[in-house]
Design a protein around this ligand. Structure first.
Ligand code: BTN
Length: 268
């Protein structure tokens, strides 16, 4: 990736510093190391391809050269933001969605943060915190966006169906424009993180509203319900089959339509 071009485009948007790589293990690993050694707020790590890209729940994330966006934004949360750390990954989901809307697409956010186009996953987000004892050294928001068809893994390797921006658009696109628009939106909406507007903007794009879904947690238990919306804390509100309301907490769970297959891969 051309670091000079990236600097020219991204520093005016509020990126403090950046490291760009053609090939890297994982941009999140590099960003966590950088955060631990004093990265400034809004520093960015970006790579054209990753050989050890990581997804949620220990999954592998594939990033093929020239076909995707893979980047990690380091944020140094203010004391007020620390109270809302769980909202940083939906913030990224909203930022990516707004960037895709700018090029004429209609993304939806699968709670808490996967971005979908035509009900298929186009973007995954892995937010991680770097702690030294009780000291937060930074939050790393890793974002992977499938741009071209070569970014989308074979269907039999996927837990959730995947797509890419160009498939939805029906034409080639400039990934640096999507990168710039995403960063601009994240840095703008960051200042509104604890506001009603933020939850409203997230909820407006919420996938599967009114539909029956199954939310699983890492312990293997699951809850089935009809999606109602998102609470002011960022929890998912469901109506259970007995008609009661249930809330699912950010971070412990993930959402799938009831009839999905059971593997996940590199769009995830
Ligand atoms: C998921 O949906 O499981 C999250 C995928 C996150 C992938 C991105 S690509 C950039 C950053 N570096 C990584 O190793 N992972 C994240």
């Amino acid at each position: 990736m051309q670091e000079a071009e990236l600097r020219q485009k991204l520093l005016p948007l509020g990126i403090a510093d950046l490291r760009a790589f053609d090939v890297i293990g994982s941009t999140n690993d590099e960003a966590l190391d950088w955060a631990a050694t004093g990265a400034a707020d809004a520093s960015l790590v970006i790579a054209d391809s990753q050989i050890r890209g990581r997804g949620r729940l220990g999954r592998h994330w594939v990033t093929n050269p020239g076909a995707a966006l893979a980047f990690s934004l380091i944020l140094q949360p203010t004391p007020q933001e620390i109270a809302h750390l769980a909202l940083f990954s939906p913030l990224a989901g909203l930022g990516v969605s707004l960037a895709l809307e700018k090029i004429g697409l209609s993304p939806q956010i699968k709670w808490p943060n996967d971005v979908l186009l035509n009900r298929k996953k186009v973007c995954g987000i892995l937010a991680e915190a770097a702690w030294l004892g009780n000291n937060l050294q930074g939050v790393v928001i890793g974002i992977g966006i499938n741009i071209a068809p070569a970014a989308v893994p074979p269907a039999d390797q996927l837990l959730f169906p995947a797509t890419c921006v160009e498939e939805a658009l029906g034409s080639p696109t400039d990934r640096l424009e999507i990168l710039s628009a995403t960063i601009e939106a994240i840095l703008h909406w960051r200042s509104l993180l604890s506001s009603k507007q933020f939850v409203h903007a997230w909820q407006e794009r919420l996938a599967f509203r009114g539909e029956w879904v199954r939310v699983e947690n890492t312990g293997g238990t699951a809850i089935t319900g009809q999606v109602i919306g998102i609470t002011s804390d960022g929890n998912l509100q469901l109506r259970t089959p007995s008609g009661e309301e249930a809330q699912v907490t950010v971070g412990d769970v993930h959402l799938r339509p009831a009839e999905e297959p059971n593997q996940e891969g590199g769009g995830d």
